[in-house]
Design a protein around this ligand. Structure first.
Ligand SMILES: [Zn+2]
Length: 271
């Protein structure tokens, strides 16, 4: 299994275009650029899937060697997109894939029904909607299996009038891969509250939006200072924080000795 961190920031990225907070100013000064949360994953290093499609998707695809098209004129290793929520920072990039001849989207029915871009994309590409059901494993190309985990009912602001559901936000547990390592990854960039469902993997990539509860309006995101002690009581997996908001000053140095890390922007993990 190969996992490429296409983007590791929350909505707005780091620095955010209109923000002069401490971390944003420091990022401009040092030249740090964290793009918005998105992952690429493959079981066989040939068939690749996106997990979420950020507004920075074009930039992310162009800098990722594994996702280079060819040898056919319009041949791409991209087999589909899986969504962990319907939030704008996770889904707006789907519109940037409209040039593809076909496009398969995997999401819960709740998210499929809410996403405004799907009916728009029907006019541009052959769009296939595939429903993810929490607890039900799905086999993907490249010998990859994904099992969705229900994580919360926080709906996007644009969809606040839609019915409540327990699967507005999900995590994804990946296993398999042609190497036969039997290893697993859980991706949970939006975590409202802790559940042991998310620690059952070799590598856990989780919500690092906020460091503390009073940093910002933290609804829907368990702050690092609250999740870290819980992770430490479940040793074993490698823990990486992603989806960092631009107000979040946390860095690897701050997490040293805690057993957790900050997900490396554009970095690769092999399992
Ligand atoms: Zn900022």
């Amino acid at each position: 299994m190969k996992i490429r961190f296409l983007g590791t920031a929350a909505g707005g990225g780091l620095p955010q275009w209109n923000c002069a907070c401490g971390p944003c100013n420091a990022a401009r000064r040092i030249g740090i650029d964290r793009t918005q949360d998105c992952l690429a994953i493959s079981g066989d290093a040939k068939a690749w899937y996106l997990v979420n499609a950020s507004p920075d998707l074009r930039t992310q695809l162009l800098r990722t060697p594994e996702l280079t098209p060819g040898p056919g004129m319009r041949e791409t290793p991209l087999r589909g997109v899986l969504f962990t929520s319907a939030e704008l920072d996770h889904t707006l990039g789907l519109l940037s894939l409209r040039e593809g001849g076909e496009l398969t989207v995997h999401a819960t029915q709740t998210v499929l029904d809410a996403l405004p871009w799907l009916p728009i994309l029907d006019h541009y590409t052959k769009l296939t909607r595939h429903r993810l059901v929490c607890g039900e494993p799905l086999t993907l190309d490249g010998d990859l299996t994904v099992t969705p985990i229900a994580l919360g009912g926080k709906q996007p602001r644009y969809a606040s009038d839609r019915p409540a559901a327990a699967d507005w936000v999900i995590g994804l547990r990946f296993t398999g891969g042609s190497g036969g390592s039997g290893r697993s990854l859980i991706y949970a960039p939006g975590l409202e509250s802790f559940t042991t469902d998310i620690v059952d993997a070799d590598v856990v990539v989780l919500d690092g939006t906020f460091l503390t509860a009073n940093e910002f309006a933290a609804r829907g995101h368990l702050p690092i200072q609250d999740s870290l002690p819980l992770l430490r009581s479940h040793p074993g997996p490698r823990y990486l924080y992603t989806h960092l908001n631009n107000t979040n000053p946390v860095g690897d140095a701050d997490l040293a000795q805690t057993g957790a890390e900050v997900a490396p922007e554009a970095g690769l993990i092999e399992l």
